[in-house]
Design a protein around this ligand. Structure first.
Ligand SMILES: [Zn+2]
Length: 209
């Protein structure tokens, strides 16, 4: 059984640190240890990252169980549509993007509507993913050795959008929803990952004030 004390320790925090401190400690740990983090490099440690992530989730869940409706609302801005939602964290693994959501348990048989922010990567429409400037020449087109001015040579662009999900009571019971091809985009391989939403439920706790 992991105690709150362990969780604070895993985030290098003093016991009783507030939500903003918990968040920034987690961001630091993710930067230092996440395998995809550029600044982690040789220090990357999936194990340390996982511990920090679990601690972050656990501490926020504890903190938010007693939070007022106003505080919860402020934290549900990112994921909208279901206001008694308690916590969300986003992480990636390869091309798959995961949302871990902790919601207040909805009434039996009720569906839940959520709006999730996602980043949709697309091949750049100007250079068709090549990254170089496409110029008309003779009867056809050639690529000039000049970076495409639309995407700056990246070959793809990212669009932020929201996807709306209606989670039926069957989906809520399974605790997991997978949306194909809405994860990250690898433009070189032309591959897309999935968006995976993991659901957990927190019982509504009596207010202590
Ligand atoms: Zn381009």
């Amino acid at each position: 059984m992991i105690t709150a004390r362990d969780m604070y320790r895993d985030l290098n925090l003093r016991e009783g640190a507030g939500i903003e401190e918990i968040k920034s400690a987690y961001r630091m740990m993710a930067k230092s240890y996440h395998p995809d983090s550029v600044s982690a490099r040789d220090n990357a440690s999936p194990e340390k990252f996982r511990k920090a992530y679990e601690a972050y989730k656990g501490l926020l869940r504890n903190a938010l169980s007693g939070a007022s409706e106003g505080e919860k609302k402020a934290r549900s801005e990112e994921v909208t549509g279901y206001s008694p939602y308690v916590f969300s964290a986003k992480r990636t693994s390869g091309l798959n993007v995961f949302y871990d959501l902790i919601l207040e348990r909805p009434q039996a048989g009720r569906s839940v509507r959520l709006s999730l922010p996602v980043v949709r990567g697309e091949a750049c429409p100007r250079c068709l993913g090549h990254g170089s400037t496409l110029k008309r020449q003779g009867g056809g087109f050639v690529y000039k050795p000049v970076a495409c001015e639309r995407c700056g040579g990246a070959g793809f662009e990212e669009r932020e959008l929201k996807i709306d999900l209606t989670l039926t009571s069957g989906m809520l019971e399974r605790g997991k929803v997978r949306v194909r091809s809405m994860g990250a985009y690898d433009h070189k391989e032309g591959k897309r990952g999935d968006l995976v939403v993991n659901l957990e439920f927190a019982e509504k706790l009596p207010r202590n004030n």
